[in-house]
Design a protein around this ligand. Structure first.
Ligand SMILES: Cc1cc2nc3c(=O)[nH]c(=O)nc-3n(C[C@H](O)[C@H](O)[C@H](O)COP(=O)(O)O)c2cc1C
Length: 341
């Protein structure tokens, strides 16, 4: 595992990336511990203000000298400050006794360009993008500062587009088993891995990282044997003692023993994401929801559910690999098992 080119490129000991997971699940301590172990820790910037991200980067830097990456939701759209909540969301708020307003505020998110300024200032060596690709100007600025860019894709078509336009140093191929949002950018269907691996024929020097359904050393070895250069793991890290997921969330994850307990849904945030089947995930909306409008429309419900231990109304993102996890190990033990079996 150790001698891989990807390790040289990432500056890690092992070709394993702790997936970025937005939503307050990963503390600076957690990310730094991952880096210290020799894996690549990831700071998720999704939903954070620039000041919050700045603090998180500083905090990780104060705990480790090892490389880490910052993940960006890249979206070049403009959004209104306020949107009307869908009637179905209001109905749930009324059912839970928490209805106060017909609409919700959308906070201003920092632009990708602002985040690039920040990561350059902090000399963050690697970034990854999700939902989109950087504008050429920002990509070049970051490259000129010595950084490397990973781009999340779900299909060969997306990977070809990124690489033919020279917009990435590494590709994270996220498959249909992956927990959380579908991270590609042109709504392409997931390609099967065999198709994805043909990318190596056209771009033999581009490092290809597999993400989705990987939870143990056997899964890692399988991915490497198939031809991937490394792996990215989300749900496995989520299910460690040290992740900041709530106990209700962790217990729900432990209760997953069948693929049928997981589903793709757009009703929670407006984008397709995989998680545990519950009332919120199954909510049927008359109009297709939009991202991030729906994320903020369901925020009150999710926050209430979290503070009242109501799993039916939380976002319980999880990949299919949860089926193969039967305990909540300590982070150190989990990483040890990934590397040494
Ligand atoms: C709770 C959760 C939050 C996530 N948040 C992000 C995110 O902020 N940015 C991102 O690129 N991917 C995010 N993902 C997707 C992961 O990066 C990764 O693709 C996925 O977890 C891999 O599948 P696995 O969960 O089966 O390991 C998230 C996944 C989960 C489970």
């Amino acid at each position: 595992m150790k001698t891989r080119f990807l390790c040289q490129q990432l500056g890690t000991q092992y070709p394993i990336i702790q997936a970025p997971m937005a939503g307050g699940i990963l503390s600076a301590d957690f990310i730094a511990k991952v880096c210290e172990f020799g894996l690549l820790g990831s700071i998720p910037s999704g939903y954070l203000t620039l000041a919050q991200l700045d603090t998180l980067i500083q905090s990780v830097k104060s705990k480790t000298d090892k490389p880490f990456q910052v993940n960006l939701f890249v979206d070049h759209c403009e959004y209104p400050d306020k949107v009307a909540k869908p009637a179905e969301v209001i109905e749930i708020e009324k059912h839970l006794g928490i209805f106060t307003s017909l609409d919700c505020q959308l906070p201003k998110h920092p632009s990708a360009s602002d985040i690039i300024d920040l990561v350059i200032a902090h000399q963050v060596p690697i970034i990854s993008t999700t939902f989109g690709v950087l504008r050429a100007k920002d990509y070049q600025r970051y490259k000129d500062a010595g950084g490397q860019v990973m781009v999340t894709v779900n299909s060969l078509d997306e990977a070809h587009k990124v690489l033919s336009e020279a917009n990435a140093d590494m590709i994270v191929y996220q498959n249909a088993l992956a927990g959380g949002h579908k991270g590609g950018f042109n709504d392409a269907e997931y390609d099967v891995e065999a198709v994805m691996l043909t990318l190596k024929r056209d771009y033999p020097y581009t490092q290809l990282i597999k993400s989705g359904g990987i939870v143990n050393q056997k899964d890692i070895v399988f991915a490497l044997e198939k031809g991937f250069d490394g792996v990215q793991i989300g749900t496995g890290f989520l299910m460690t003692q040290e992740s900041s997921a709530s106990q209700t969330y962790k217990q729900a994850l432990l209760g997953v023993c069948d693929d049928n307990q997981l589903m793709q849904t757009t009703s929670i945030t407006g984008r397709q994401a995989r998680g545990i089947v519950n009332e919120l995930a199954m909510l049927e909306l008359e109009r297709s929801p939009l991202f991030p409008q729906q994320h903020y429309a369901t925020k009150t419900i999710r926050e209430h559910a979290k503070s009242h231990d109501l799993p039916q109304y939380q976002s319980l993102w999880a990949g299919n690999g949860a089926v193969n996890i039967t305990s909540l190990p300590e982070l150190e033990d989990y990483m040890f098992s990934l590397v040494y079996g």
